[in-house]
Design a protein around this ligand. Sequence first.
Ligand code: C2E
Ligand code: MG
Ligand code: MG
Ligand code: MG
Length: 283
Amino acid sequence: RSPIKSGLGLAEYQACEEHTLNQRFTRSRELSRALRCDQISIELQPQFNIATGKVIAGEALARWTREDGTRVPPSEFISMAEANGLIIPLGNRVLHLACQTLARLGMAGHEDIKVAVNVSALQLARRGFMQELISIVDRYGVNPARLELEITESVAMHDHESNGVLLRGLREAGFPIAIDDFGTGYSSLAYLRDMPVTTLKVDRHFIHAIDQTAGDHVIAEMIIKLGRRLNMQLVAEGVETAEQAAWLLAHGCPHAQGFLYARPESVEAFLARLASQAQAMAG
Ligand code: C2E
Ligand code: MG
Ligand code: MG
Ligand code: MG
């Protein structure tokens, strides 16, 4: 914000800037404290097979709950954590919690369920990230094939040569790799073909538009076709209506995640959901 545009006098402007700076500084300190004091947890949002209604995976989403029980939304703390470097310990915490969840799922007999985690560009760029990741899954006795790494399109495509090497390494170590929010970035289709990607997550923007604007419904259709031709799994994000789900199924996208099916929920609720699903199958 410039003093000219905002119409403030310079002194007012400086005071205002100082205020936001202070606020940011306070928030940063609060987050680093939150990390030390166990205020960061995860919720899982189930992903479903549209045709069978069965849960196939859960996406781990970071949650910050303050001491007084109030919550800070990820839209506020993730970008801040990326700006001040706290995304590294935060990301680590999420990885541990995701692996702990996978271990619990295994003990409960749900070895077929994957857990997806969001991995930020900064985590990926850290030297030794892969070693660290492997040591975490080892520690929890988790098969890497069950821990899906969600990477945004821009990260996967940015500096595609070095990231390509890194992602190939992660694939070789067994981790599935998903491109999150697909369709919103600037993917070169040629790079995408060469990327060791297992899953495309169609951004919810295109899903939202399915039963509305003609243009976006064309894009969703294109992404699905592309994913299928490249032998990738497809998951539609942000599915909110039965019409969208029916459209997706009819157009070749078998998996969905969204409020129509389930909101993000506690690890306990996710486990209970799987237990009742298994019971329904047996009975
Ligand atoms: P994302 O990875 O695309 O996650 C999906 C987001 O969409 C979640 O928001 C989820 O609650 C929301 N969502 C799911 N279904 C629907 C739906 O039907 N309609 C609508 N309107 N929204 C839906 P959430 O939990 O607020 O997370 C927002 C973003 O924050 C995530 O987007 C992800 O980019 C980031 N994030 C969350 N946890 C982590 C984390 O542990 N690490 C990193 N690096 N980023 C994270
Ligand atoms: Mg995600
Ligand atoms: Mg997403
Ligand atoms: Mg999205």
